[in-house]
Design a protein around this ligand. Structure first.
Ligand SMILES: Nc1ncnc2c1ncn2[C@@H]1O[C@H](COP(=O)(O)OP(=O)(O)O)[C@@H](O)[C@H]1O
Ligand SMILES: [Mg+2]
Length: 380
């Protein structure tokens, strides 16, 4: 694949959002030509790539035609036409992560079955085809109902507290999952290249904003017991191995109150829970993804510093052309890094950027992050 490192290499990315944007920042270092497909003509990547194509990610012809003259395709979103990717793969285009893995991960039902078949610890579940099935499920109330397909950022997830709430449940094919009384949500990002080398990033701990149902505060490295960290690391490595994935894989997990680790879900791409690696680790998740798909040696994932990542979400009640408040104030403080995603319009809780706060003193990093949260605002 050494195409004159890599001046001639044509890399396609399905999706032109912030993840694509941060991948482009790294791809420049490898001298790669980046092609982006995204349905939004104002997508964050539109002006930063060699070729931007505005088109549907779920349309077979569009994805196939976008990819047929490229050397390699990767994704920054799972909701893409996998049949087109499979055809491209069969015709010799390198597709990483492989189409079969995207197909598996697109469906939370298949994901859960994969966990079960491979002895990967996960919460008990049952697949259902209509909400009527909820009346007969053996999973005790309260439970979680999840759409098998197309959920993201908590949008396909519902907690059902009692039988009377089944009326408001999702109609579509979904899964019922036991409610996990978790202590913490944690994640490990793992990378695997085609030589079979595997590398994990240190465990991160997440805090969710219950109102927005989004991860808004994340801290690494974790201070959880060593055994928890090792176990999470081993689970992530096993999944990468079982899947034989090429590329990055984010493994979202729950740490239960009893200290047990349960895998929640997978994302076969750079992930929100890895943004802190840009400043916090020797190799960032974006650089690692490219190393993995280019079959290069994987980079060291060692922590440089305590890092807290906060998502910069659109302020509630503001909708329209985005305006930023407090950027200068926060940049005046050492160890604060602002990443704006270049989205023209803000709306409540839209991910408009993120901030990474690094500090050798963990408590100070957290304190600075809380201050950034109060100071930096996206309004309209
Ligand atoms: N079984 C569960 N028990 C308790 N909380 C859950 C469960 N499943 C999901 N959640 C909560 O909902 C969030 C979103 O669920 P997830 O399956 O990760 O969907 P999404 O694809 O939207 O990220 C999780 O991060 C977690 O906070
Ligand atoms: Mg999730």
């Amino acid at each position: 694949m050494a195409k004159d490192f890599y001046g001639e290499l044509q890399l396609g990315i399905l999706g032109g959002g912030q993840l694509g944007r941060m991948l482009i920042q790294e791809a420049i270092n490898y001298n790669v030509n980046v092609h982006i497909l995204d349905p939004d003509k104002n997508a964050p990547c539109r002006k930063l790539c060699n070729r931007f194509e505005c088109g549907s990610l779920s349309d077979f012809e569009t994805v196939y035609n976008f990819g047929k003259d490229l050397d390699m395709i990767t994704i920054e979103i799972e909701k893409v036409n996998v049949d087109a990717l499979e055809k491209l793969e069969n015709e010799g285009v390198l597709v990483y992560p492989q189409s079969r893995i995207i197909r598996l991960i697109q469906d939370k039902g298949l994901q859960k079955q994969f966990f079960k078949q491979n002895d990967i610890p996960t919460a008990p579940f049952q697949l259902i085809s209509t909400k009527e099935n909820l009346y007969e499920t053996s999973i005790p109330l309260p439970y979680i109902q999840k759409l098998r397909k197309d959920g993201y950022d908590g949008k396909g997830v519902k907690k059902i507290n009692s039988t009377s709430e089944i009326e408001q449940a999702f109609e579509e094919p979904s899964l019922v999952e036991a409610l996990v009384d978790f202590e913490k949500e944690i994640a490990v990002i793992v990378a695997r290249n085609d030589k079979g080398e595997i590398a994990t990033f240190p465990l991160v701990e997440m805090e969710f904003n219950p109102e927005a149902n989004l991860v808004e505060f994340l801290i690494a490295p974790s201070t959880l017991p060593f055994e928890v960290q090792t176990q999470a690391d081993e689970i992530a490595k096993k999944i990468a191995e079982d899947l034989q994935i090429v590329g990055l894989l984010a493994v979202e997990m729950f740490l239960t109150k009893e200290g047990e680790i349960l895998v929640n879900e997978l994302a076969p791409r750079p992930h929100n829970s890895g943004h802190h690696t840009i400043e916090g680790n020797i190799t960032s998740q974006f650089a690692q993804h490219l190393r993995a798909i280019f079959n290069l040696p994987l980079g060291a994932t060692t922590t440089r510093s305590n890092a807290v990542m906060i998502n910069l979400l659109g302020e509630p009640r503001y909708e329209g052309l985005a305006k930023y408040e407090g950027v200068e104030e926060v940049l005046a403080i050492e160890g604060i890094f602002v990443h704006l995603y270049g989205k023209k319009y803000t709306k409540p809780f839209r991910k408009m950027g993120h901030v990474c706060i690094v500090n050798d003193d963990r408590e100070l990093a957290i304190k600075n992050a809380r201050w950034v949260q109060e100071t930096l605002k996206v309004k309209a």
